[in-house]
Design a protein around this ligand. Structure first.
Ligand code: ADP
Ligand code: MG
Length: 401
């Protein structure tokens, strides 16, 4: 089954209609921010690595009006109840539901100055980004809120410098208010995405380069297969993977300007540290090896893309999946089933793992057969029916109406 995506006009109309249903006022405008797909470079953003995501054409849209009562009133067609919170009451763990992504963004933006002022907002949310599928519906929600709040405060759209500050606000919302660790990959992609391009993000230097990614011209397609398998234990597992890397980085003296990839013999030194501190040496070896190798692999992948060498890129995708399966251990049987069914094509899980989606780089004329193979593999093993999307690089967060 294919995932439905609305036109921008429809998204605007639906956001306005939802606003109209819940609020007496008129919205000032409608802003949107996309989900993202990460082509390669997984679980390295919090370790000074490199990732190559692009912004999807699937967006979250927010219809927004200002208020003067110091409240944020938020409604989403994906949530049951509207949520109302005093701006002064927003902070770590509050609000403790989906609205934490929205309110947390405004809170963090006000604290850091990324959003200069806010006396209250009414916000209606509608989204085409699959939730909890590793395509970053959370960043889409934060970033759409961020550009709306920024423009309502300043009277103009954010430039690149302002966007960089909004990335920080959105990350803080997710890390501090929601309490989910995120390394900034998602928010950068959602705020800086450009049609027809992927982004090469270097988390060590902070550099952000556009890489042409026009698959159609090469007769190729990037297929996303969402496993629809329920996430379980995802938060604790993500945090535990990250915790090992954070500890290793600290023990090895990594920091600004000297991340894991700059440390010679990082894997051996991490093993020695594990031994000294009574940790499981084999686990530490595999976790650190993934981060070091995935970063090197992603740098090579960026080069392959720039040279138009999609065959090499596909090989690197496969290697990435195998490392995430065997070394980082974040895949699930459902993700591995899609990977196996996509066979010899370039395929890998995308996002944090423990559920979510697999991307497949393939020739346009192989889409139908590949979808059928993935569906029948899931059926044979009693897994949920996967859903599909053809991913094209779209624009980053912006005003729609
Ligand atoms: P992902 O970002 O991969 O989709 P996350 O677990 O990081 O998965 O974020 C999903 C959470 O974000 C949801 O559980 C919900 O709290 C929130 N969210 C995302 N999109 C929406 C939306 N349109 N309406 C309400 N909440 C949303
Ligand atoms: Mg997320």
């Amino acid at each position: 089954m294919w995932i439905k995506t609305r036109s921008n006009d429809q998204l605007v109309a639906d956001a306005k209609a939802l606003f109209d249903k819940h609020f007496d006022a008129q919205p000032v405008g409608v802003w949107a921010a996309p989900g993202r797909v990460n082509l390669i470079g997984e679980h390295v953003d919090y370790a000074g690595g490199v990732s190559i995501p692009f912004a999807l054409e699937q967006n979250t849209a927010v219809a927004v009006a200002t208020r003067k009562d110091g409240k944020l009133v938020m409604v989403s067609d994906a949530a049951d109840e509207p949520v109302s919170v005093d701006l002064a009451a927003v902070g770590p763990g509050s609000p403790d539901n989906w609205a934490g992504y929205v309110a947390g963004t405004v809170w963090a933006g006000l604290k850091d100055g990324g959003i200069p002022s806010c006396a209250g907002l009414s916000i209606a949310v509608t989204s085409d980004v699959p939730v909890g599928s590793g395509l970053s519906s959370s960043a889409a929600l934060e970033c759409s809120t961020a550009v709306a709040a920024y423009e309502l405060a300043t009277g103009h759209a954010p430039d690149d410098a302002a966007r960089a500050r909004l990335v920080k606000a959105c990350m803080r919302a997710e890390n501090e208010v929601v309490g989910a660790s995120t390394g900034g990959l998602d928010q950068n992609a959602s705020l800086f995405g450009k049609r027809g391009h992927a982004l090469e993000l270097d988390f060590s230097s902070g550099a952000l380069d556009l890489v042409p990614f026009d698959l159609a011209a090469r007769g190729k397609v990037l297929l996303i297969a969402d496993t629809n398998a329920p996430h379980s234990l995802s938060d604790g597992q993500y945090a535990s993977r990250r915790g090992v890397i954070d500890d290793v980085q600290e023990a090895l003296g990594a920091g600004p300007g000297a991340t894991l990839r700059d440390i010679p013999d990082a894997v051996d030194r991490a093993c020695a540290w594990a031994k000294d501190t009574g940790r499981d040496e084999d686990v530490v070896r595999r976790r650190v090896a993934h981060v070091v190798e995935e970063t090197a692999r992603t740098l090579e992948a960026a080069q392959a893309l720039k040279e138009g060498n999609l065959d090499r890129f596909a090989e690197l995708m496969r290697d990435s999946h195998l490392s995430l399966r065997d070394q980082y251990e974040v895949t699930t049987p459902e993700l591995d089933s899609v990977f196996d069914a996509a066979g010899q094509l370039g395929a890998r899980m995308t996002g944090g793992g423990f559920g979510g989606a697999v991307i497949v780089l393939l020739d346009q004329d192989k889409v139908d057969d590949t979808v059928a193979a993935i569906e029948s593999a899931a059926k044979d093993r009693g897994f949920p029916e996967p859903t599909f999307l053809v991913a094209l690089p779209g624009e980053g967060a912006r005003r729609l109406a």
